[in-house]
Design a protein around this ligand. Structure first.
Ligand code: CP
Length: 306
């Protein structure tokens, strides 16, 4: 990869994205053989530093590191010296002093991984920063699309939901546009950032976004933002923007149903859609391990091709 850090898809070009997806395919082949320990990160140490909750991302980074033979530790922020007032930079310098090779960070502030990366020797991997980016989520989404549908170029991808607060949407719009997909977004006006079309997405009504789409991705309705009055109620959101069997009939035949999780069933999508044959929501989670193995491997080997 030739980079110290992975902070966002903004700074990667199409060939770097393809390289990561190709390496992830090799990692998935290894895992498919039942092999759960390869030596690629032997003698490397990785720490997860999550200031926000996570199930999928933290677990899959942890498994990816372990499967690659890294020594893996987790900082439990609520029990750490962060609670005594230690700054992010000082926490980072402490992890450097403990000879950490890779820090995987999730933070509620956009730009926190960038600040950390400037101040530590370790490679920094962004596992989601505020409303900015979630690069490995978009990479695993693109991996899943490529595995199921072939080339990403020319795909119509509809992203539906809380775009405004979604780092997943941002990273997907950036990455998918670089790989030549057409990205359509649909949401209540209060949940669409004013400059989103500059990133390459087209804003349109839900039926138009879903019509002929090869991929329909629901986004989590961020319940913690509900009090701000951006939508009248979850029920009303579900009525107008929830993905239902009826709405999905407008998508292309065999269109993929995707969602980064965690799901709010009956809000972003019905249980029938979440669990239908076209849903790849659980495969997205599985693919996250291979994608994170690829990223960890590429970052720590200093840019050489696999
Ligand atoms: N998709 C995602 O980031 O899930 P978690 O919050 O469980 O990590």
């Amino acid at each position: 990869m030739g980079r110290k850090d992975l902070l966002g898809l903004k700074e990667l070009d199409a060939s770097e994205l393809i390289n990561i997806l190709d390496v992830a395919r090799e990692m998935k082949k290894i895992l498919a053989q039942g092999v759960k320990r390869v030596p690629h990160l032997q003698n490397k140490s990785m720490v997860t530093l999550f200031y926000e909750n996570s199930t999928r991302t933290r677990m899959s980074f942890e498994l990816a590191g372990k499967f690659l033979s890294a020594s893996v530790s987790n900082v439990v922020v609520r029990n750490s010296s962060v609670q005594k007032g230690e700054s992010l930079i000082d926490t980072g310098k402490t992890l450097d002093a403990l000879m950490t090779d890779v820090i995987v960070i999730r933070h509620n502030c956009s730009g926190a991984p960038h600040l950390l990366a400037k101040n530590v020797k370790a490679s920094v991997l962004n596992a989601g920063d505020g409303m900015n980016e979630h690069p490995t989520q978009a990479l695993l989404d693109m991996f899943t699309m490529r595995e199921k549908l072939g080339e990403i170029k020319g795909l119509k991808v509809a992203i539906v939901g809380d775009i405004k607060h979604s780092r997943v949407a941002r990273s997907n719009i950036i990455g998918l546009s670089k790989l030549g997909a057409d990205v359509y977004i649909s949401a209540p006006g209060t949940l669409i950032p004013y400059d989103i079309e500059k990133m390459g997405a087209k804003v349109c009504p839900l039926d138009k976004a879903v019509e002929g789409a090869n991929v329909v991705m629901g986004l989590r309705m961020q319940l913690e933002r509900q009090q701000s009055g951006l939508i009248p109620s979850r029920k009303e959101y579900g009525r107008f923007y929830g993905l239902t069997d009826e709405r999905m009939t407008k998508a292309a035949k065999n269109a993929l149903v995707m969602h980064p999780g965690p799901l709010n069933r009956g809000v972003e999508l019905t249980s029938e859609v979440a669990d239908c044959g076209q849903s790849v929501i659980n495969e997205q989670v599985t693919n996250g391990v291979a994608v994170r193995m690829a990223v960890l491997f590429l970052l720590t080997r200093g840019g050489r091709k696999i």
